[in-house]
Design a binder for this molecule. Sequence first.
Ligand code: SF4
Length: 341
Amino acid sequence: MALNEQNLLEIKDLKKYYTIKSGFRDKNKRVVKAVDGIDISIKKGEILGLVGESGCGKSTLGRSILRLIEPTSGSIIYNGSDILSFKKKDVRMMRKDLQIIFQDPGASLNPRMTIGEIIGAPLDIFGLAKGEAKEKRILELLQLVGLNSDYVNRFPHEFSGGQKQRIAIARALAVNPKIIICDEPVSALDVSVQAQVLNLMKELKQKLDLTYLFISHDLSVVHHLCDRVAVMYLGKIVEIADKDQLYKNPSHPYTKALLSAIPNPDPEAKSERIILEGDVPNPADPPSGCTFHKRCAYRLDICSSKTPCLKGIEKSHLVSCHLYDKEKSFNSQVGNNISNG
Ligand code: SF4
């Protein structure tokens, strides 16, 4: 399958739908569209940020890419092959190249295993090193993430949150991955520790030529780390742009509201906080048309009946909003192959 040369990963029309019932006796099944037709791609060596409120589907998207959750449909092209067509054995091999770091490092580390065993487990699973070579590699990985090699025989409970996340990073790096899905990797950490872990991730990305999909609800963190940013709302991407474009010229009303909530360290600076109307809609019963229309201060008549699609409003900047329907459409690809409406 042809892959745009620059793109390491291309996700096309990816969907993850869940069928639910509201109660034991409820015969009416409803569909929750957790991920609803996502088209994004990630270039080699870039950090793509994925932001949005809790429950918008960003973690489901991250896990679907690794097939930790089975997507309903779509395609995920990696190395010329569609990951969704892989058999079990191939999925296992794919996970050597695509790793994940979870939000809660405490929960992601087995409390009964020593740090050496945790970091060494992927080496055993993929048959990458044995005996002395394995021990050497474990110590090398500990050093790489800034931990003392003496920690190798200790257990996870003996470490702080930041140290545990460093251990989780070392485990992910053990197999020399190409892409790491970082699912809110610093949101469970103290603010002082967050910066250290983010700087470590940045450093490792350079040193090891890594590519990240960085999932977060914290726009300050995303600004610090990412090259491009995609904003997600109720299972869809509503805006995607290079970081500077998005932060200087947020165009979707939802992105504007998210950015207005970032605290400004300058007390003199005038910033107007946009308070969103209403609550996040029930994903099992989303509003018609633009799913954001009930909370949007800019809504037009068309917004409640017609779903907007992503359209290039400037080079490398796509927005899904009827406010831009009449604007000249840029055929910007934002490093992906989306055909814009
Ligand atoms: Fe608001 Fe309409 Fe744009 Fe949706 S399409 S964000 S409701 S203006």
